[in-house]
Design a protein around this ligand. Structure first.
Ligand code: IPM
Ligand code: MN
Length: 358
């Protein structure tokens, strides 16, 4: 096959980790006989510096012309603690998600046998946990009406969902549950929120179409507790945008490091893959950030955008081999030597394909 990938490294450690993902994608394509090309685009703070906007038209065009987008991270501390600031790099992320219609954000969280000791949760509780969080990505409070009153002293953010938005995300969630352990948990706050009540109502209406799926419901506060006290309870979680944002940071603890978790964002026509971690500016350009989340995002790209399961598995196997051989960055190295971002990327790429890449 032939793939065109939009490469949007973004800010902070984004460029370093995406370079490793690119290397790995090239290695897989060599091994399996695919042709691949990468087209660079700006997003986030670097795009504000160059174009005055965090998601320029040029970048959008590159994305529309590509088969998938590989994104690093956005964000720069120079915008923090400035509540008056009008353009923030994060706006670029919201814009790309919205403009590409990426409504379903898939965030898998599971354990890595080589890293189980790094997990803050006791091994007997976490071992074998393997869940998929399906986060609604282009609705809710993130995109609802927001603002201030004229005197500036009252602020509001509106959480709003239309039936169509709920139905489409529940549909993919039921389908992913069908392909897994057939257990779907809708996480909401339906004892309080009207939007949550609508989510529950629609889930109940749709459930008969998926008789094999065991559907249950959980309040978000309870789910936050259950994720760390009994993570194996979950198979597929589906939830609205804000709850999904918060719960998936929490779920990353199951894997042992934020630097391990990939994500896929899926729309009707576009696909985007990015680590769930942020731009980690303190580590930028130090060649020490963990590239595994970006590399596993590339694995998800083969699996979800191109339906090439063997290619995805080949990347996962190489990552496991690196972990078992202690070829890891500083965040994971304990009492042994750590490797740089590029060394980890090179090792994984070489494990997949030992010849020349370019
Ligand atoms: C994420 C991030 C983003 C979000 C931020 C950077 C806008 O935290 O992808 O989880 O809140 O969605
Ligand atoms: Mn987040």
């Amino acid at each position: 096959m032939k793939f065109k990938i939009a490469k949007l490294p973004g800010d902070g450690i984004g460029p370093e980790v995406v370079d490793q993902a690119e290397k790995v994608v090239k290695a897989v394509c060599k091994k399996f006989g695919h042709e691949v090309s990468f087209e660079f685009g700006y997003i986030g703070a670097c795009a504000i510096d160059k174009y005055g906007t965090p998601y320029p038209e040029e970048t959008h065009k590159i994305c529309l012309e590509s088969d998938a987008v590989l994104l690093g991270a956005v964000g720069d501390p120079k915008y923090d603690n400035d509540p008056t600031c009008q353009v923030r790099p994060e706006k670029g992320l919201l814009a790309i998600r919205k403009q590409l219609g990426l409504y379903a954000n898939l965030r898998p969280a599971g354990t890595f046998s080589a890293l189980i000791h790094k997990c803050p949760i006791k091994e007997e509780i976490v071992k074998g946990a393997e869940l998929l969080c399906v986060r609604e990505l282009i609705g809710g409070m993130y995109f609802g009406d927001k603002g201030r009153t004229d005197d500036g002293n009252t602020a509001y953010d509106t959480c709003i969902y239309h039936r169509d938005e709920i139905e489409r995300i529940l549909k993919v969630s039921f389908e992913y549950a069908m392909g897994r352990k057939k257990h779907l948990t809708l996480v909401d706050k339906s004892n309080i929120l009207e939007t949550s009540k609508l989510w529950r109502q629609i889930a109940q209406e749709m459930a008969p179409q998926y008789p094999e799926v065991k559907l249950d419901y959980m309040y978000v506060d309870n789910a936050a507790m259950k994720l760390i006290t009994d993570p194996r309870f979950f198979d597929v979680i589906v939830t609205e945008n804000t709850f999904g944002d918060i719960l998936t940071d929490e779920a990353s603890c199951i894997s042992g490091s934020m630097g391990m978790l990939p994500s896929a964002s899926i729309g009707d026509k576009s696909f985007l893959f990015e680590p769930i971690h942020g731009s980690y500016p303190q580590a930028a350009r130090l060649n020490k950030a963990n590239p595994v989340a970006a590399i596993l995002s590339a694995a998800m790209m083969f699996e979800y955008a191109f339906n090439l399961k063997a290619e995805g598995k080949c990347i996962r196997d190489a990552v496991s081999a690196a972990l078992h051989s202690n070829i890891v960055t500083e965040d994971l190295a304990e009492n042994f030597q750590s490797y740089t971002t590029t060394e980890v990327g090179d090792w994984i790429a070489k494990y997949i394909y030992s010849g020349e890449l370019d």
